[in-house]
Write a protein that binds this ligand. Structure first.
Ligand SMILES: Cc1cc2nc3c(=O)[nH]c(=O)nc-3n(C[C@H](O)[C@H](O)[C@H](O)COP(=O)(O)O)c2cc1C
Ligand code: SF4
Length: 678
């Protein structure tokens, strides 16, 4: 970014002066109490992002009426008794120089509860994705909504918030009133554009009346529903113009998608960065109201360009500021190399809150745990720690240890750091996951970790180095039944048939050269033949991404899984986009099915419920994703000689988030663990 950055120029908004252009976009994060009252954890979450430099913080949605809660632990803005708790949020944010708006919403036909309580909507009609039927609102309910927004705005002003944002966004009641698909009413609130706009305009007028002319009101506006039946950008802009003409809107926060196109609400890595910039720019040009840009904005240089080109006035980021709350300060201090990238995985942030659990982040183990994982404490007695393995767990440990002032030597036997994430990043549309380890490796270098690439750490090499402790992060290998030394003494888990793939008794697997692992395929060690079967018990990207990689390479692929879905554990928007890509390419998905044996006549598949067999013939390659085993031999060899700890896949093969978390944890708790080890 040559010259002065626009990102750190102030912005005036109806009597407020925002210190810069960074806006933390609203995201409900599950940190409220079970009844929706704000907690100390929630206050610490926002305070951390205010301290990190955001100019404006918009809180996650608060319900403005009890029926409007998307789940029972959703904010309760209508409730005057909650005002003191809300004041604690404001008091936590303001000392750090940020302003804070409360987002107000009625969840309408969307709910995180399955099955939900009562759902209010303009018309009786299930929202297609969530299926549950709705109450067609009558005059009393409409009045309650108008009043609820006004009362909630007053409550938030009394709690000290600097403004509110109402949600006519990707979910919730107000967008469904605006939407011609969802609003089939024939009364004063439906049937024509003017009538569909009536409720949002009444809400805005009531709020303005209640809070007076000087208090900012922002509108989160869905500009495009991205469904075959929903509205598009032209209509979204028409809505924007009608709202702006009311004179009550001080700020638009751009938004898109709907529950029926949920992959566009919080777009994962498969949706390109800046994919919504045309929407942002169109809204900016449609009305004089200032605009917050949104959607997969993570690089400061992109944010800067959006401002320079006049496509928006402010830059909205949700996930990038979950992953790195300090990004605004790092931009101001020109520490761009230190920015921890969001990898758009949705694996912890979105997945957690969809389950109504507190937010987490794959890249940032402190997200949602701000009170427990605050600033690092410098080591009282710096030690020399050897970290074995340069995958995400080892790098994460090395970085946290080095930040605390320990001397770290890291051994990685490959010529590049990254471990399995290097293979994962080769899966189609997965390059961004690689940024997580590139960032950690860059931080390790910056912090002076002695990184020794291409060096195998043996017991004698480590003893010669003479560290005070060893952290073993040697990863895992694919479980290949019958080929693994560990198969011997362990009794098999299943004797035959159902789920036998986990027990190691599938005849043919051990000796057949056609049977390979996902690592074999993704590393390029094996070139799969034209017809491939992928057996998946991993339920995540290991099998799905490998299958897609093989499809892209022109192979015919049959995806076999004993589970009820391919990628059963994928975050739903990732899963939806995966299906949208692989089904047209001819991926054959065979569910509820395991492999019973592999022989010269073919692969014998079995239905796990009926035991019915089917033989798959002319299969050239069988790729197994049926589990992994820890590479823990070095750990067992070292632990009697030196204080030794195992983390990441070496401890138990799991996901990236666990590897990074384990590494950060040993870095933070090193002294206590060392004392325990005696
Ligand atoms: C965990 C999570 C919860 C969200 N909850 C809300 C919400 O309460 N209100 C809202 O308007 N948007 C919500 N969003 C959407 C974000 O505001 C934002 O539009 C989306 O994440 C895309 O922006 P990004 O690429 O900067 O993350 C949520 C996003 C995430 C990741
Ligand atoms: S969990 Fe993944 S998508 Fe969510 S903020 Fe963290 S890195 Fe980004």
């Amino acid at each position: 970014m040559a010259g002065e950055s626009l990102l750190w120029t102030p912005f005036r908004l109806r009597g407020l002066e925002l210190r810069n252009r960074f806006v933390l976009l609203a995201h409900w994060n599950g940190l409220d109490a079970p009844d929706g009252t704000p907690t100390e954890d929630l206050a610490a979450y926002y305070a951390t992002r205010a301290r990190g430099g955001a100019g404006l913080i918009v809180t996650g949605s608060h319900a403005m009426h009890p029926i409007g809660q998307m789940s029972p632990n959703y904010g309760r803005a209508w409730d005057r008794e909650a005002i003191p708790a809300y004041r604690r949020i404001v008091d936590a944010v303001h000392p750090h120089g940020a302003h804070v708006f409360a987002q107000l919403s009625h969840a309408g036909h969307t709910s995180l509860s399955h099955p939900p309580r009562e759902l209010w909507a303009p018309s009786q009609m299930p929202e297609p994705y969530s299926r549950y039927n709705t109450v067609e609102m009558g005059p009393a309910e409409i009045e309650a909504v108008v009043e609820g927004f006004a009362v909630s705005a007053v409550n938030m002003r009394e709690a000290g918030y600097d403004g509110v944002e109402i949600k006519i966004g990707h979910d919730g009641l107000l967008r469904s009133f605006v939407s011609p698909f969802f609003n089939r009413r024939q009364d004063a609130y439906g049937g024509s554009f003017e009538n569909r706009m009536r409720l949002p305009l009444e809400v805005l007028a009531a709020m303005r009346d209640a809070v007076g002319p000087d208090w900012p009101i922002s509108v989160r506006l869905c500009l495009h529903e991205y469904t075959p039946f929903g509205y598009g950008l032209d209509y979204g802009l028409e809505v924007g113009r009608a709202l702006a003409e009311s004179g009550h809107v001080d700020l638009f926060s751009s938004d898109a998608g709907s529950f029926s196109s949920f992959w566009m609400e919080v777009p994962p890595a498969a949706v390109p960065q800046l994919a919504f910039n045309d929407l942002n720019a169109a809204l900016k040009r449609a009305t004089p109201v200032p605009v917050v840009a949104f959607g997969r904005i993570k690089k400061p240089a992109d944010a800067e360009r959006i401002l320079r080109e006049g496509d928006a006035d402010l830059i909205g980021m949700a996930r990038q500021l979950i992953a790195d709350p300090e990004l605004p300060n790092k931009v101001r201090e020109r520490r761009l190399r230190e920015v921890r990238p969001c990898i758009a995985c949705n694996d912890a942030c979105v997945l957690q809150v969809m389950q109504r659990d507190p937010i987490r982040c794959v890249s940032n183990p402190a997200a949602g745990r701000e009170l427990r994982r605050g600033a690092l404490t410098p080591a009282a007695t710096p030690r020399h720690v050897a970290v074995i393995g340069g995958g995400p767990a080892g790098l994460s440990a090395a970085v946290t240890l080095a930040r605390r002032g320990h001397r770290v030597t890291l051994f990685e036997r490959e010529s590049e750091p990254g471990g399995l994430i290097r293979l994962a990043a080769r899966q189609p549309l997965h390059a961004e996951i690689g940024e997580s380890v590139l960032h950690l490796a860059s931080e390790a270098e910056r912090l002076g970790v002695d990184v020794r690439l291409g060096v195998e750490a043996t017991v004698s090499a480590i003893e010669t180095l003479g560290p005070d402790a060893v952290v073993v992060a040697t990863g895992s290998r694919p479980y290949m039944p019958g080929r693994d030394a560990l198969d011997g003494p362990s009794p098999p888990l299943a004797s035959e048939g159902l789920w036998a793939s986990m027990g190691g008794l599938v005849p043919g697997v051990a000796d057949d050269p056609r049977v390979v692992s996902t690592d074999d395929v993704m590393s390029g060690r094996v070139d799969a033949g034209p017809s491939v079967v992928v057996l998946d018990r991993n339920a995540h990207w290991e099998a799905c991404g490998t299958a897609e990689f093989l499809l892209e390479a022109g192979r015919q692929v049959e995806f076999v899984t004993p589970l009820g879905a391919a990628g059963a554990d994928l975050e739903p928007s990732n899963a939806a986009l995966f299906y949208q890509r692989v089904r047209p390419r001819g991926l054959r998905i065979t569910l509820h099915t395991d492999i019973r044996s592999i022989g010269p006549d073919g692969v014998v598949a079995v239905d796990v419920h009926t035991n019915e067999e089917r033989t798959l013939r002319d299969v050239d390659t069988i790729v197994l994703a049926i589990g992994r085993r820890s590479n823990d031999a070095l750990y067992w060899a070292l632990r009697e000689r030196l204080p030794t700890f195992r983390i990441g896949d070496c401890r138990a093969p799991r996901l990236l988030q666990h590897a990074i978390y384990d590494g950060d944890t040993i870095g933070r708790e090193f002294e206590a663990r060392l004392a325990e080890a005696g």
